[in-house]
Write a protein that binds this ligand. Structure first.
Ligand code: PEP
Ligand code: MG
Length: 323
């Protein structure tokens, strides 16, 4: 199997009915790019920038961030690189910010909520990102968006910072796509409205599942409720993909589910454009997709959406796809 996968390193990802799918990888640090290229990913679908901020005693400077973003963009040459702005809070803490302890950190002051409040932190990151934009194919993504207002505010900051940089004589790319994570159910439900204003969606199933099922993703006691194939999740995913396509935008997924062999045929059938996963999953996923027909998967997905439970979906996939 390993040998078969190795042959696919420099190949595009194409289904048995000749449909191209984009396979990207998730990274946490610039050092991870090596693995991304070795595994033949077609881009980076999620760069979790919070690791730049963690395990230290003060905020990273604009210059330090610029160097990290530039390195990643340069190493990826012209391949797409989705960089997510700071997603701190929940399971990721920053001791030096001295944030008050919260009863429900996963429902609290985190990610874009924090950035829209501590705007100096946000603007520093946006400056670093925009300055790096001329070194590759940058796409900026905002995490934990719950409302359209938040997306508009975040994008407004980006535009302001861009003007500021230009007036200082800096070069900034004019081709940066600006998108958002769909990981809060409200945004999946309202995806038709968001789709008019974003350039792309990336579905964060790690959080989308926990918020939809009201089951903490870290709590073993409720892990039986953490159900990626529950039709409730699949229907939300479908809403997001359909809404994106209606506005000629693309929809990706960067949660763990995107690299999962049981989920892949379903997601293909739902029309997902980009799958972003850990680098080591890219070649197995490419091999799996090459044996699947998108047209067949689409008609299967219609049936799957009518099933009632997580277990029924898993059984259906095992029966019809893994024969
Ligand atoms: C997600 O929520 O699915 C996601 C990709 O983000 P993170 O795992 O960093 O919360
Ligand atoms: Mg998340």
């Amino acid at each position: 199997q390993k040998k078969e996968w190795a042959k696919l390193v420099n190949e595009p990802t194409v289904t048995s009915d000749e449909q191209h799918i984009e396979l990207a990888a998730n990274i946490g640090t610039p050092e991870d790019v090596k693995g991304v290229l070795e595994n033949g990913a077609e881009g980076i679908g999620l760069y979790r920038t919070e690791f730049l901020y963690m395990g230290r005693t003060e905020l990273p400077s604009e210059e330090e961030q610029f160097k990290a973003y530039r390195t990643v963009l340069e190493k990826m040459e012209e391949k797409p690189v989705v960089i997510r702005t700071l997603d701190i809070g929940g399971d990721k803490e920053l001791p030096y910010l001295d944030l008050p302890k919260e009863l429900n950190p996963f429902l609290g002051f985190r990610a874009i909520r924090l950035c829209l409040d501590k705007t100096d932190i946000f603007k520093t990151q946006l400056r670093a990102l925009l300055r790096a934009s001329v070194y590759g194919n940058l796409k900026v993504m905002f995490p934990m968006i719950a409302t359209l207002d938040e997306f508009r505010q975040a994008k407004q900051f980006l535009l302001e910072v861009k003007e500021e940089l230009k007036s200082e004589g800096n070069e900034v790319s004019d081709e940066i796509e600006v998108g958002m994570m769909v990981e809060i159910p409200s945004t999946a439900v309202m995806a038709d409205q968001f789709a008019k204003e974003v350039d792309f969606f990336s579905i964060g199933t790690n959080d989308l599942i926990q918020y939809t099922m009201a089951a903490d993703r870290m709590n073993e006691k409720v892990s039986y409720l953490y159900q990626p194939y529950n039709p409730a999740i699949l229907r939300l995913v479908k809403m997001v993909i359909d809404a994106a396509h209606k506005e000629n935008k693309w929809a990706g997924m960067c949660g763990e589910m995107a690299g999962d062999a049981t989920a892949i045929p379903i997601l293909l059938g739902l029309g997902l454009d980009e799958f972003s996963m850990s680098a080591t999953s890219v070649l197995p996923a490419r091999s799996q997709l090459s044996k699947l027909s998108k047209e067949d998967a689409a008609s299967r997905a219609k049936e799957i959406l009518e099933l009632s439970t997580n277990t029924e979906v898993v059984e259906y996939v095992n029966k019809h796809f893994n024969a």
